[in-house]
Design a protein around this ligand. Structure first.
Ligand SMILES: [Zn+2]
Length: 212
């Protein structure tokens, strides 16, 4: 995993939001190859082996047909990747698109339950994880999430809503309903795309206007 992504990863345990700390036994340039991520709140430790963060058993067994060029462009459009540096989560089969997507626009990628790991090099900002959900990414900071059929469970969709920023995009198989908080934008027989509505924030008390 690329060290630039440590800041956006979170412990998935149900407790207050907090950063993870990383300990390394093997880094190569900006890539954490072996080590672990630790949670200062609940003391959980998540090992990193061969660059992949291990958070448990992967869900389902995604099939990973090699992506076609037009599919990659379609995914970039669905996720609205119009400017560099966006933070994108690709789950299961979608992780196969990671390298190709990076050649279209430089994005920051979190890939979960990748079948074959993407080669990690300094100029592709990618974190690869297994057994995780979008709850392992900072709340309200993700620009786009693509869930494959194996990962479109109610739990994974809730996690996606938690992680998406307002106006962030969610790509789902067309047979799976958009979760509450996400409005369907467009779609076809295979996929549909939703957009996250306003994200709840801490209430702000308004100062009373002084009487004239
Ligand atoms: Zn924790």
């Amino acid at each position: 995993m690329h060290l630039d992504l440590v800041d956006v990863l979170r412990c998935p345990a149900p407790h207050a939001d907090g950063w993870l700390v990383c300990a390394t036994t093997d880094t190569r340039g900006r890539i954490l190859h072996e080590g672990w991520l630790g949670c200062p709140i609940c003391q959980a430790q998540y090992p990193v082996r061969d660059g992949v963060v291990d958070m448990g058993e992967p869900i389902g067994s995604p099939s990973q047909a090699p992506p076609r060029d037009d599919d990659v462009v379609r995914l970039a459009a669905a996720l609205d990747l119009v400017s560099p540096g966006r933070l994108v989560v690709l789950m299961g089969a979608w992780a196969a698109y990671a390298a190709a997507l990076s050649t279209i626009v430089p994005v920051r990628l979190v890939c979960i339950d990748t079948m074959e790991s993407v080669p990690e090099v300094d100029d592709i900002v990618i974190a690869q994880m297994r057994g995780a959900s979008a709850r392992s990414v900072a709340r309200g900071q993700v620009d786009g999430i693509a869930l494959d059929a194996a990962h479109a469970t109610a739990m994974q969709r809730d996690a996606a809503v938690h992680a998406l920023r307002a106006q962030g995009r969610l790509v789902l198989p067309a047979t799976i309903a958009m979760p509450d908080g996400v409005t369907r934008l467009t779609g076809d027989d295979e996929l549909h795309v939703g957009v996250r509505g306003a994200v709840e924030s801490v209430p702000v008390s308004l100062a009373r206007r002084r009487a004239p």
